[in-house]
Design a protein around this ligand. Sequence first.
Ligand code: NAD
Ligand code: ZN
Length: 664
Amino acid sequence: MNTKQKIEALRDELRQHNYNYYILDNPTISDYEFDIKLKELQALEDKHPEFYDENSPTLRVGGAITKNFNTVVHDFRMYSLDNSYSKEDLLDWEKRIKKLVDGQVQYTCELKYDGASMNLTYENGKLIRAVTRGDGVQGDEVTANVKTIKTVPLQLRGDFPERFDIRGEIILPIDGFLKMNEERIANDEEPYRNPRNTASGSLKLQDSAEVAKRPLECLLYSIKGNNLNISTQFEGLQKAREWGFKVPKEAKLVNTIDEVLAFVNYWDTHRHDLPYEIDGIVIKVNNLYQQDELGFTAKAPRWAMAYKFKAEQVSTRLNEITYQVGRTGAITPVANLEPVQLAGTIVKRASLHNADQIEKLDIRVGDEVFVEKGGEIIPKIIAVDLSKRPESSLVTKYISRCPECYTELIRPEGEAKHYCPNYNACPPQVIGRIQHYISRKAMDIEGLGGETVALLVTNGLVTDYSDLYELKVEDVLPLERMAQKSAENLVNGIEASKQIPFERVLFALGIRYVGETVAKKLAKHYKSIDNLKMASILDLVGVDEIGERIAESVVEFFSSEENIRIVERLRAFGVQLEISAEKLANQTNKLNGNSFVVSGVFETVSRTELKKLIEDNGGKVSSSISSKTSYLVAGDKMGPSKRTKAEDLKIPIISEAEFLNMIS
Ligand SMILES: NC(=O)c1ccc[n+]([C@@H]2O[C@H](COP(=O)([O-])OP(=O)(O)OC[C@H]3O[C@@H](n4cnc5c(N)ncnc54)[C@H](O)[C@@H]3O)[C@@H](O)[C@H]2O)c1
Ligand SMILES: [Zn+2]
């Protein structure tokens, strides 16, 4: 694998983990491993700026919005946190800070609550809305659910600002979590895996009455707003407490990194005395003026750092190895363990990743294995206790056929995973592709969810996504839990998807490596599926930012007769396979060759519209300023660091009006 491929592979892998973690609430690797991979990617990207991609997981908050709630754009962006696992990292961070700000620096140390982030907006002392972090720019509005949480005050007391946002973590205390699980086990239901995922999953429930039954809490840690009259982080915590919020008292104001470390060490050993789980400590520059000076990177504040605790370990017996098949046909081996208590939860399964991993550790059924869990739940086997290996033990033989369709597996050169090549008929692949097709960022089909897709396939009602368009109410009615109304919604939702624009249809087709951004680029360049179908590899790599790997995958997709047949069926049903005339009319090349950074709040158009205008007129939008930036479009409340950087690089800063002039 060359460097570029390595970078892309890491990006793909991390995106998948983000999806598992934030959307499915079902991570498959530990946080620690995730963070190591992210750092590996960061290091490669730093070394190779030529492979810059604004959509890289290093530059984006990992979450996303779902299609089940109103989407709300945050007044103040919600960031992630940089993290560290060592004293050296903290000292480096301190050095970086001291270079950027003058004077004494004090730090607020807080516990890092392990739950789901939440932004609450209060107006005149009343909670007016609650929104999840989502992708950091916009989130899901879950006010009704959050209002059921007793520690969220609906009416504030004391001297609060007229309007402000306050951020916190929705958590599920361990006691409450265990009680919920007792009940589930008694009812013969699968127990929940850990408090974090259960808290996060609860917020996504459609029925608030169901949420109200869960003993969730909201712990607050930060206030945002204009003219708040608060000058330090620590003071903010005190004020929030006075207004009626639950702000844990463990937070401590300190003067040196040594004191920070003492705080970290204390909580590393005492964290199990807390009624809820924490996955580390958050250290913040206390002075808000200094915070302002430090600003943000694309993804996290420079003025804060998470120190994460290392994973805990236990040993247990490996009973069986089973194999799962994913949407792309990738095979994942899973260790089925003798259930064991680990960091507050019962562990029964662990991921084994791939054949190499099994071979490297020489893992065998019957072995006593060491299992580790980071902040996250699917634990990992890190070693075998060879002293306890039974004499009869046999070397693990990796499967050679797909456990779902019995096709012989292949292992493409240079890849760690085995794949089932039965693209058209292997059930998990077929189902996974259709689930992708209907997903929010793709065809966004209302009234049809992932589980129903699985039912449709297993009942033989559809075999590929084009079959969806032939479904009738009476076909789906006999399905489990399907009522007249939901059957109608499903059929109507499918019908409505015929209006989805070409670029999203292209993404929905599920062509390997053709993500949202690539689909947009291809749609814009080729304008119709027929043009794209004719494109050669050479032709494709000529398109801005389309690499060889994508080009090969596109050509391969259209070389399959089956795919062509499906696309033709989509056409016959009226799915959009070309850019609409109206859209074409609004597109120009006026901004060709120019790259824009957009920052701040705008008056006549929203930030999203502004970005769309840039792209529709042939320009490029990028999230951070570099020597390649042509213009910085500056709105209200633009961060001071962006301005300084643009000035340093002598990049023209233009106003919204000046920009609109350029394209008028
Ligand atoms: N295992 C996986 O597959 C997987 C996938 C994606 C992400 N992750 C984990 O999630 C991390 C990234 O998630 P993230 O972006 O939510 O970052 P994060 O959870 O590491 O840190 C940011 C979040 O911490 C929370 N927080 C808790 N207490 C806080 C306090 N006192 N002050 C400020 N914030 C506080 C906030 O909600 C904030 O959004 C990764 O580093 C990784 O560890 C794991
Ligand atoms: Zn198969």
